[in-house]
Write a protein that binds this ligand. Structure first.
Ligand code: NAI
Length: 416
């Protein structure tokens, strides 16, 4: 037999930084038993020594996977970032080495939506200033400025994962939802799109941002935009700090044009708990400030464990790269009684035909073939019926194709 995929018991998985146990459970459910979980981060020298024999590594934000570390990992198949961000990994280097990196961008969607809904209620009831006052001995029982959210208009900027989730729960609370997105989106429930951001700002009783950080969204909310909001409306930002001119928001709050705000993200955030947090919004009694915790819940952590582990298992088991942040994305069907040949190469013309040719010269019928390239890397997956016998030299010839970065083989026996 041609040497096929490594048995799962020999695939070594190293999980650092207290990755949630939901990940370990998922690996085990899928037959992976060789798992080492380390509670904290480990220093670079120790990691270089450890990573030599590792096939799959799971990290969170404190482990830096630099070029030095990645090149010290000849067996490394894939990396899982059990968090949202991936800038702790040298993604370009990983790609060059043929290592897809996965993360969990949507595990905390619900957590953000719930917090925003809670903040809408708090702002409409004037709770921030009343809570602040009560701590100082005030007893303000007046109904002035305390309103229900039922029937009010919520304006959502960015109708993606979080925006749509919020749309549904806000409608369930009786709000009317309007949204603005740069892409045409299917409106859920009774929500309706506005033709422009300005229109959305002018009709909403509360505006909430759920856009990504891009050159187009940088300083999207300027002094002029805050003026376009209804007088007395509320403003929420749990997206990214760079989207809002924070001094303009502070001015709009001080002038009373914006009646209150909830802000979770800031243009400048402390690097860690030792650095002091400073913001132009501090001291404003009608503002809820939170330290970028919109997505930080126990449920989100558990979801992240499952979501990332699932992507790693899919890649290891069948070569799917859907959701990879640094790699051409290929979603592959399950195999049955088939051999799957995976070929990662530098993106140069002619590789696919060389691969196809080596099968046709052996009179092997290709059952399915998938190709994705992204200008740097090409990923070709070729499925062949049955188990390919030894002596054909397919692997050797695939590896000899100019520009090859790595190859992998998987055989899946017939089910039942
Ligand atoms: P998503 O990618 O699912 O949705 C973003 C939406 O914004 C898309 O529909 C996109 O078309 C739209 N969009 C992009 N540019 C736009 C523009 N200029 N104007 C209007 N719409 C625009 O993203 P998701 O998961 O909903 O997250 C949204 C934001 O929330 C991200 O920036 C993310 O970083 C942030 N976030 C914050 C967290 C926190 O802890 N506060 C936790 C999770 C996400």
């Amino acid at each position: 037999m041609e040497k096929l995929s490594l048995p799962k018991s020999r695939i070594k998985i190293l999980l650092l930084e207290n990755v949630h146990k939901s990940a370990v459970e998922l690996f085990k459910r899928n037959g992976y038993t060789n798992i080492e979980s380390v509670p904290g981060a480990i220093d670079a020298d120790e990691l270089v020594a450890k990573i030599k024999n590792v096939h799959i590594i799971g990290i969170r934000s404190r482990t830096k996977l630099t070029k030095d570390i990645l090149t010290a990992a000849p067996k490394l198949l894939t990396v899982g970032c059990f968090c949202i961000g991936t800038n702790q990994v040298d993604l370009k280097c990983a790609k060059k080495l043929g290592i897809p990196v996965f993360n969990a961008p949507y595990s905390n969607t619900r957590s953000v939506a719930e917090l925003v809904l809670a903040e809408i209620i708090m702002l409409f009831r004037g709770i921030p200033q009343r809570s602040w006052g009560a701590h100082e001995g005030e007893w303000d029982k007046s109904v002035k400025g305390a309103r229900e959210i039922r029937g009010k208009t919520l304006g959502i900027v960015g109708y993606g994962h979080i925006g749509t989730q919020l749309s549904i729960i806000a409608e369930a609370m009786g709000m009317q939802v309007r949204f603005f997105d740069v892409i045409e989106k299917l409106a859920l429930g009774n929500a309706r799109a506005t033709a422009s951001l300005d229109e959305l700002l002018s009709v909403s009783d509360v505006v909430t941002l759920h856009v990504p950080e891009t050159p187009q969204t940088k300083n999207m909310m300027t002094a002029a935009k805050f003026k376009k909001m209804k007088k007395g409306a509320f403003f929420i930002n749990a997206a990214r700090g760079t989207v809002v001119e924070i001094d303009s928001l502070a001015d709009a709050l001080k002038s009373g044009h914006v009646a209150g705000a909830a802000v979770d993200v800031f243009p400048k955030e402390p690097a860690d708990g030792n650095e002091k947090f400073k913001s132009a919004l501090q001291g404003l009694r009608n503002v809820i400030l939170t330290p970028h915790i919109g997505g930080s819940t126990e449920e989100a952590q558990a979801n992240i464990g499952g979501e990332v582990a699932e992507k790693l298992v899919k890649y290891s088991d069948n070569g799917s790269t859907l959701g990879a942040v640094n790699f051409p994305e290929v979603q592959l069907p399950p195999q049955e009684d088939a051999t799957r040949f995976m070929h990662i190469h530098r993106d140069t013309p002619g590789v696919l035909s060389k691969i196809t040719d080596l099968f046709s010269r052996r009179k092997i019928n290709i059952a399915g073939q998938f190709l994705r390239t992204d200008g740097d890397i090409g990923y070709v997956v070729t499925d062949v019926k049955g188990r390919v016998e030894a002596g054909m030299g397919i692997r050797k010839e695939l590896e000899a194709i100019e520009g090859t970065v790595r190859t992998r083989f998987l055989y899946e026996a017939p089910r039942g």
